[in-house]
Design a protein around this ligand. Structure first.
Ligand code: HEC
Ligand code: HEC
Length: 342
């Protein structure tokens, strides 16, 4: 008799208890769009050294957003700042939204397909979305390009912003309040739980750990396993024999999207470059003619090596790493140029 009642009683108590926990205001059910960084903080993760210092007079996420998108904002003491760069804005080369469908993978073709679906640009720089969730920047082969300059940038988001503002944007230094503003803006672009593709069971694991009923370390590890903590970068050289190319057949249909979502993003109507590209046969013929040549108009050359910057003097084109344009994709672009030149 007792033996039969006991499990039922335990179950009832458990149900009442868990129901009241779920309902109690101290333990709200995790929102799907809760910020990953906040959840990790609550789970006892080590605090991020990249939080903005909002005690710096004038620091604001709105100013940061304006600097990133327009290169200019209002000064804390009134008036406008000078342009951060004469050539670029940060968004010339970086998106502000999620650009990889699966945050655990680097897959340029999956990113291109995603860019097509959501009408995003396909660029050399990594999106700012989720940059605050990362633990290092300017990874992989970037030390080959910037040497010792990347060492501090690898460890600090502030230093990465500083390096890019000077070296990529070819612009002026940021004032302290501008730097903190950009960081504050970046913190509005952190990953949300629903970016991570968590199953209901996994959400539950996290929820339980937050209530102190589960293993916090395991919950943190689970969250960290759902996204890359850095953006890998591998430099690739152009094919040695530019006539033969990489030796794989290109798909012009795919190449079209690279041309439109990448090349035209900067070159259409001379948006960020004095070198104009468009959809005329003349333009494609020009690109085709130079394809196999060893000059600065060869797509093999500019895509893999970029154009060289003269500090502060000139706009330059950043190279595409293997992660930002695969060998296959470059052949697809070539196939599209050749198809359109005919
Ligand atoms: C001309 C193109 C260009 C412009 C303009 C530019 N960037 Fe970059 N940026 C890059 C490239 C290329 C990289 C290295 C590859 C990458 O992002 O993964 C980079 C890297 C970064 C990184 C490190 C990303 C990472 O995950 O490793 C940050 C942060 C950054 N830029 C911030 C900025 C900010 C802020 C601005 C505007 C003030 C800016 N960038 C303007 C091209 C550019
Ligand atoms: C982030 C912006 C950006 C993207 C994306 C971009 N370019 Fe460029 N590109 C530039 C800039 C800036 C220059 C420097 C030339 C100038 O402005 O005078 C340049 C230079 C070039 C040049 C050499 C022109 C010269 O006068 O030396 C070629 C060719 C070229 N780009 C082709 C391409 C192709 C093809 C793509 C697509 C795969 C592409 N670009 C994507 C910004 C970009």
């Amino acid at each position: 008799m007792r033996i039969a009642i006991l499990p039922g009683l335990v179950l009832a108590i458990f149900l009442i208890f868990s129901y009241s926990v779920a309902d109690s205001p101290e333990f709200p059910v995790l929102a799907d769009d809760a910020e990953v960084a906040v959840v990790l903080d609550l789970l006892g993760d080590s605090p991020s050294p990249n939080k903005p210092d909002m005690s710096v007079t004038g620091a604001s996420a709105k100013r940061g957003e304006e600097l990133v998108k327009y290169g200019i904002t209002t000064r804390p003491e009134g008036g406008r700042t000078s342009k951060q760069s004469r050539h670029f804005v940060c968004t010339s080369c970086h998106n502000q939204v999620k650009e990889d469908p699966d945050l655990t993978k680097v897959d340029p073709q999956a990113r291109l397909d995603y860019a097509r679906t959501y009408n995003l640009a396909f660029l050399q720089g990594t999106t700012f979305y989720g940059t605050v969730n990362k633990r290092s920047w300017y990874n992989g082969d970037y030390y080959k390009k910037y040497g010792e300059l990347v060492r501090p940038a690898q460890k600090s988001l502030r230093e990465a912003v500083h390096l890019c503002a000077i070296e990529c944007s070819q612009g002026r230094e940021l004032e302290p309040w501008e730097m903190e503003s950009i960081l504050a803006y970046f913190w509005t672009l952190g990953y949300r739980l629903n970016d991570l593709g968590l199953t209901p069971t996994e959400m539950n694991t996290i929820q339980q750990a937050l209530r102190g009923e589960g293993d916090q370390t395991a919950a943190r590890q689970l969250i960290h396993s759902k996204y890359l903590d850095h953006s890998p970068a591998t430099f690739v050289a152009p094919p040695e024999d530019r006539k033969a190319g990489a030796g794989v057949a290109g798909d012009p249909d795919n190449g079209k999207f690279i041309y439109e979502l990448s090349c035209l993003h900067c070159h259409e109507d001379e948006r960020y470059s004095f070198f104009a590209l468009d959809n005329t046969r003349m333009t494609f013929r020009f690109l085709e003619k130079h394809l196999t040549q060893f000059d600065r108009y060869s797509i093999y050359q500019v895509v893999r090596w970029g154009t060289s910057p003269l500090t502060g003097k000139k706009a330059y084109m950043p190279q595409y790493t293997a992660e930002k344009m695969s060998v296959q994709q470059l052949e697809d672009l070539r196939a599209y140029i050749q198809q359109q030149a005919r």
